[in-house]
Design a protein around this ligand. Sequence first.
Ligand code: 3PG
Length: 361
Amino acid sequence: MIKYLSKTNVKNLKGVAIARLDFNTEDDWRMKAAIPTLQLLLKHARALVILSHKGRPLGFQKQFSLRPDAEKLSGLLKHDITFDEKFNFDELRRNISTSPAKSIFVLENLRFVSMEKGNDKSFAKNLASLGDYFVNEAFAVSHRAEASVVGITKYLPSYAGLGLEKEIINLSRVMEKAKKPLIMIFGGAKSGDKLAVIKFFRKKADLFLIGGALANTLLYLKGTDIGTSLFDEDVNEMIKNLSSDESVILPVDFRRQGSKILDIGPQSEKLFASKIKDAKTIVWNGPMGLIEREEFKKGTLGLVRAIISNKTAFSVVGGGETVTMLKESGLSDKISFISTGGGAMLDFLAGKKLPGIEALK
Ligand code: 3PG
């Protein structure tokens, strides 16, 4: 049984709380999603220690420092924060134990230390020694067996934060009791983890609307000229199979640069919208085009409009880039649930056990 922060007796929340967050986004939406948990902890705990990572650095790399994130968080919480970049655990323990009540500490990017990714026991133990209990509020990294996600739970009472709890509830709703028709939409440059979800939902979902590299691959297999577009080089049996599957809907026109497909075209937007309007459950991960460029955002924005025009469906959207764009468009509150996970959301929906969640049982 997962231990949820929301259901824990507040007596258990005194002492020093350690919260694992995920600051790994261009903007601060994942940080903002963790604020309710941090406020709850601040209400009850004597002090708060925050752990996170950013990027995939090899040793110290300034551009991945969490210093700016600590400053931003301090502004959001309207609370002073002590930033610690030394990983000197004896000194940190001393500073935490002598700090005034309600002090907040943010440690530097844990992935600057190779022991984090390696789920090293002694590193996990040192992290655990900084507090009295642990809260995972980092769904987005819960598919990684790392020291601050999994290892640390061996040494402390450990709880799922409020945001992680919402992820589990909403994604489980899709897994276990999705109302039909269920439409799943996948785009983006990487196909592997999306294929795993399609495999899991092959018999359960009614339609799969596909854009991005996977669409290009399937179109290529059907004889469309995809020019120099991004596609999957490793065409396995499953992809071949999908190319003749009637539940797989592919784009019918494109926005290109030269021969390269960089977005779906207006007819495809209409086609996808006509399917989305009848859905009762919609799951979406990955943009339809190269949304970093204004001229190739249109297909993805069209999809957003189609999803929010369906006022009765339960809609779940995830994936870093897609969500950042949704937030920018100001339409994110019209989506039933926005997952903070990219790869973690896909692993969950592929029926995999996430090590960070398993560790809380
Ligand atoms: C994410 O952004 O998906 C998470 O922070 C995990 O990052 P990772 O893929 O580098 O482990």
